[in-house]
Write a protein that binds this ligand. Structure first.
Ligand SMILES: Cc1ncc(C[n+]2csc(CCOP(=O)(O)OP(=O)(O)O)c2C)c(N)n1
Ligand SMILES: [Mg+2]
Length: 548
């Protein structure tokens, strides 16, 4: 007689065999069979304090490793907590699989515990979302979810696992187990002839630009984008910020964008971040080339730009980037225009180099960034996480680490502590520094406990302006100082929160204290919070025409 195996064991072993061994999870009645099944595998569970944090961790894992992040949560409210965080991963094109428990199939329609139309609920924030239908197919469902997350424009996939299927025993048979190829994403390469069309378009333009979307920003390997830029002789601009053209990392890029006569969108959506490519942000005569994994995106540009869409092709960004680099290598010279673009992107106001705080007991964000720069300079394998409203823009404008995770085009704040923990889990030797606002710190501060339990140190640098400053600044700009209300916070001792949960804490009220505080925090080897009292000022908006 064939050996019997539980559905839960099929799921756990399938993940193990595929090398998807780090699981971000929060327990629940319906997934305890998965916890049990994990014991007989090489899976490592990181058990968090809120389901959204587990998804944010898997999101950062996906961006940093290029491998699917995996999440296990319970059904009902465990699922809904997790689903909310898919929005960030979706916009950031981050590959992950959310495996959520679900009411038993046999009890559906009878008022089962945690009965909820989960697949429908996750659908708008996932690339694909479905409920498993049989225990024997669970391994294949898991493989399909991982493959979908990594194919085309990457993103999160949700799969609900009815708990009766997880508990069900079926005969162990070869047909249960997906072949390794079932996990391999479908790749659509850019054929040489298509690459040539793009290269001819670039060669005949006077002021071309290549814009790349979030997925190419997270490879963790900026050198690929640099190689593309070098081979093309055309500036390659990464766009993954919800601030779009006001992304402080891009300096005065907006000034050159409006002069471009050809824009190549390489896996980059035509959307709000480009102000839809409309005038005056883009010249009304500017032409477009679109290389995108989704036919819908090509159609969108065709609809919006009509005859100005010079050429389009459906292909995945990574192979397309490689094909263009190969096709152009040694054939193209750098445009003089490319140096103009680079100068605009590199522009920062001269005053920034020496800016200091004018308020006693407070640090200017630029002083904070200078101290961070020094700490990062000696740590080339560091990972920088940036989050929060106004504060997050300063490190994005001034620091250029090789590896970076930001909240991304969804514009959602709050993920940075989970991001930092997953960053460390993905590379146990990497110093991880996460810069965030005080409002942001509050979203997932309980995850310090998770980091302590799993020995995953990182440094949360809190720019504490005792405010939801981004919103406060909107009130000041739009409604006036007299009508600014409700966005204040307290100058709380977040450093003591970290200490209370077993981490290390530092309070900083003067720039001179920063270097030593940062070094102590890193050297502590614990999850640490450096709580920096900063001036409550607006984020930078960089324009050369308006000197600051
Ligand atoms: C999930 C989510 N909720 C609310 C917002 C709106 N929001 C954007 S920035 C911000 C204030 C952030 O405050 P803090 O983290 O202290 O950073 P600061 O702007 O003060 O530097 C808020 C509430 C958002 N972007 N995402
Ligand atoms: Mg703040």
């Amino acid at each position: 007689m064939a050996k019997q195996i539980r559905g839960a064991d099929i799921v756990a072993r399938t993940l193990d065999a595929a090398g998807l061994r780090t699981i971000f999870t929060l327990s629940g009645n319906h997934i305890m069979s998965l916890f049990d099944a994990a014991l007989d595998t090489g899976l490592r569970l990181i058990h968090v304090r809120h389901e959204a944090a587990a998804v944010h961790m898997a999101d950062a894992w996906g961006r940093l490793t290029g491998q699917c992040g995996i999440v296990w949560v319970s059904g009902g409210a465990g699922f809904t907590n997790a689903a909310a965080a898919l929005c960030t991963a979706r916009a950031a094109e981050s590959p992950l699989v959310l495996l959520a428990a679900h009411a038993g199939l046999k009890e559906l329609g009878r008022g089962a515990f945690q009965e909820l139309r989960q697949a429908e609920m996750a659908a708008p924030v996932a690339k694909a979302s479905w409920t498993a239908g049989s225990a024997a197919a669970l391994g294949h469902d898991v493989a399909e979810a991982a493959r979908k997350a990594l194919s085309g424009r990457r993103g999160p996939v949700h799969l609900s696992l009815p708990f009766d299927l997880l508990d069900e025993k079926v005969d162990d048979a070869p047909s249960l187990w997906p072949a390794p190829s079932a996990f391999v994403p479908q790749a659509r390469s850019l054929q040489a002839a298509a690459a040539e069309r793009v290269l001819v378009g670039l060669a005949t333009a006077k002021r071309p630009l290549v814009l790349v979307g979030p997925q190419l920003c997270h490879s963790g390997d900026l050198s690929q984008l640099e190689a593309l830029e070098k081979a093309l002789g055309t500036a390659v601009i990464p766009m993954e910020s919800p601030r779009g053209l006001n992304d402080a990392r891009l300096g005065a890029f907006a000034e050159v964008l409006r002069q471009a006569d050809l824009i190549v969108l390489l896996g980059k959506a035509l959307d709000f971040t480009l102000r839809f490519g409309d005038a005056p942000v883009v010249d009304p005569a500017c032409r477009f080339i679109v290389i995108d994994p989704e036919a819908e995106m090509v159609e969108r540009v065709a609809r919006e730009k009509g005859e100005r869409l010079a050429y389009s092709i459906v292909a995945d960004p990574v192979p397309a980037m490689q094909a263009l680099t190969e096709g152009a290598r040694g054939k193209t010279d750098a445009h003089a225009w490319t140096s103009e673009v680079r100068a605009a992107v590199a522009y920062r106001p001269v005053s920034w180099a020496t800016q200091t705080s004018t308020q006693p007991g407070k640090v200017h964000p630029l002083e904070l960034c200078r101290a961070l720069q020094a700490a990062l300079a000696t740590r080339p394998n560091a990972i920088l996480v940036c989050d929060g409203g106004e504060i997050g823009q300063w490190p994005q404008a001034t620091l250029s680490p090789a590896r970076r995770v930001i909240n991304g085009p969804a514009g959602s704040i709050g993920a940075s502590i989970p991001f930092a923990i997953a960053a460390r889990a993905s590379d146990p030797t990497a110093p991880v520094i996460a810069v965030m606002g005080d409002g942001t710190f509050g979203f997932h501060m309980a995850e310090f406990d998770t980091a302590v339990r799993y020995g995953l140190p990182f440094v949360a640098v809190v720019g504490n302006d005792a405010a939801w400053n981004a919103e406060h600044q909107i009130q000041l700009r739009e409604y006036g100082r007299n009508r600014a209300h409700g966005c204040e916070l307290l100058p709380s001792r977040y450093d003591l929160v970290a200490q209370a949960l077993g981490g290390h804490g530092e309070l900083v009220t003067a720039a001179s204290e920063l270097p030593a505080a940062l070094e102590r925090a890193i050297a502590s080897g614990k999850p640490a919070c450096v709580n920096v009292m900063i001036e409550r000022i607006p984020a930078p908006s960089i324009r050369r025409s308006t000197p600051q």
